[in-house]
Design a protein around this ligand. Structure first.
Ligand SMILES: [Zn+2]
Length: 298
């Protein structure tokens, strides 16, 4: 088993998602990092300029700038494109990083609760999910290991292992105590888990746990001018991770025509009406409920 010792905690990858930025400040002030003396913890604000302006990004979304070919493309010299190259030097390089785990702290405006987003189904990630879900039953475990390779352009992909803590609903540029507490609890559980994982003391993991698996993204219909023709149905408002059956109404056009879920499976939507995705006209992502057995991975 490969030990996970060098752990990078990152906030402010998106400058208007305040929980991560303030969790790092809070833990710094209260010396919380000393709770995990076994780990080499570092803390970083990924996009300080965006944080200063309280915007998601200055020019382009930093969390989409870490494709290997983009990191190696020196014609890409926008603000976030250069920042990504700097972060890749600091934490990477991608593919040969000394950082064994990166935890990236995010907020969503969607009602996703405390969501642990994972990019792999290996023993380390499965164990983490099981441990977090066991100690924090309200947590949502979300696997997006099946995202196509060209979509895995996240900051966390620079490190050997990376997870995203995504907590909402919280408006952009707002700090809410409850959201901060959820993020703090989940992040602490992750770090506790890493220590147990290294000590090979995971005997008490539950046999299995419920999770959600990414399936697809849904966009709002638009006309030839790119104007929206519909909105998300009020039936889905704030109902992230609630089941949607085939034929259920999920959107409605402005002239009152319902648009139904055309998939052939019970879907569990997430990122419903997420504010940051307004440009792409994203309505929501879809997932399926899965149950994972720890014994299959250990
Ligand atoms: Zn974010």
């Amino acid at each position: 088993m490969h030990n996970i010792t060098r752990v990078a905690l990152v906030g402010g990858t998106h400058g208007n998602e305040l929980s991560g930025i303030y969790l790092l400040k809070k833990w710094d002030k209260t010396s919380q990092f000393a709770r995990w003396p076994q780990l080499e913890l570092t803390q970083t604000i990924a996009n300080p300029r965006a944080c200063e302006h309280s915007v998601r990004y200055m020019e382009t979304d930093l969390n989409r700038e870490f494709a290997l070919e983009d990191l190696q493309n020196y014609r890409l010299v926008g603000y976030e494109q250069l920042l990504a190259k700097k972060l890749n030097q600091q934490f990477g390089p991608r593919g040969r990083s000394p950082v064994e785990l990166m935890i990236d702290l995010h907020n969503t405006t969607s009602n996703m609760g405390a969501c642990l987003m994972l990019l792999r189904k290996d023993a380390f990630n499965i164990g983490m999910a099981a441990y977090v879900k066991d100690r924090m039953p309200e947590a949502v475990i979300y696997f997006q290991d099946n995202l196509p390779k060209e979509r895995k352009r996240f900051l966390i992909s620079v490190a050997q292992q990376g997870v995203t803590v995504e907590v909402g609903p919280q408006p952009n540029s707002v700090l809410q105590q409850e959201t901060l507490e959820l993020m703090e609890t989940m992040t602490a559980h992750i770090l506790d888990y890493v220590v147990l994982y290294n000590d090979d003391k995971l005997a008490s993991l539950p046999a299995g746990f419920e999770a959600f698996q990414y399936t697809e993204d849904l966009v709002l219909p638009t006309d030839e001018q790119g104007q929206r023709l519909a909105m998300v149905s009020k039936r889905l408002d704030r109902r992230d991770f609630h089941p949607v059956e085939p034929g259920d109404v999920i959107m409605e056009t402005f002239d009152g025509v319902p648009i139904c879920w055309e998939g052939d499976y019970t879907a569990y939507p997430l990122f419903i009406n997420e504010a940051a995705y307004h440009r792409s006209h994203s309505a929501m992502s879809m997932s399926q409920r899965i149950v994972l057995r720890c014994a299959d991975y250990f």
